[in-house]
Design a binder for this molecule. Sequence first.
Ligand code: IPE
Ligand code: IPE
Ligand code: MG
Length: 261
Amino acid sequence: MTYTSFTVRTPIVTGVPRHIAIIMDGNGRWAQCRQLPRVAGHAKGLDSVRTIIEACVTRGVEFLTLFAFSSENWRRPVDEVSFLMRLFIHTLEREIANLHTNGIQLRVVGDLSMFEARMQELVRLAEAKTATNTCLTLTIAANYGGRWDILQAARKIAKQCVDAGTIQNINELNFAQHLAMAYAPEPDLFIRTGGEQRISNFLLWQLAYTEFYFTDVFWPDFNDVELNKAIISYRGRERRFGRTSSQLTQQSQTVDDSLSC
Ligand code: IPE
Ligand code: IPE
Ligand code: MG
């Protein structure tokens, strides 16, 4: 029996990752190393957020996704959680005009119903104000969990099936269209700072073929130079998406040939 090869849509791979997703970890330990309260690390981490947004714009990255608060982070001490909420509100109030001026589109993904009304309203206004910006799409994952995301997509599809009175054709493509980040391509490069090597319930579905980069650097120390190291590492990877190395060489040869015509 012979098997015919079939075509699966795979992303186009370039030297600059189109989409970078980051778990900004290590704020608390950064502060503790300096005999500061953990929350001082969260405040300092904001400087890195600004630096990395700018660095992504400069490099032509189209999508930057930052994990700011996981669905499991409610388990932290009450004082730390309320500090993070205040910081989030304050940052939205202070930074949104600046993001808009720089052509950045802001999106917030996660179960926002858990946040206080003021925060929900600010998110709504910020998203509306920046909706048509095209320089960089900055997504903040807040009260986000990959399992929550897959479940909410499954619920929407189940409802559609009930409403239609039939089980429609459910495939990977239309399932993904119900995920919170359906507007973005899957991340090319995942970065986790702070030394842990786990996903911590981040983009479970979307990271299936993402390149992973872990660094011991704490998030408040992460900067342009550290981002460069991650991108250099990414460039050294061979993204095969299930194929063999020689298939990729043949494919790039075909692309080169067609370019030289
Ligand atoms: C990440 O830093 C920020 C949030 C989860 C909000 P941490 O606060 O987890 O810092 P460490 O891992 O305890 O050092
Ligand atoms: C992941 O970091 C969540 C964010 C950075 C927002 P955590 O510090 O909460 O992850 P775990 O608990 O160490 O896995
Ligand atoms: Mg942590």
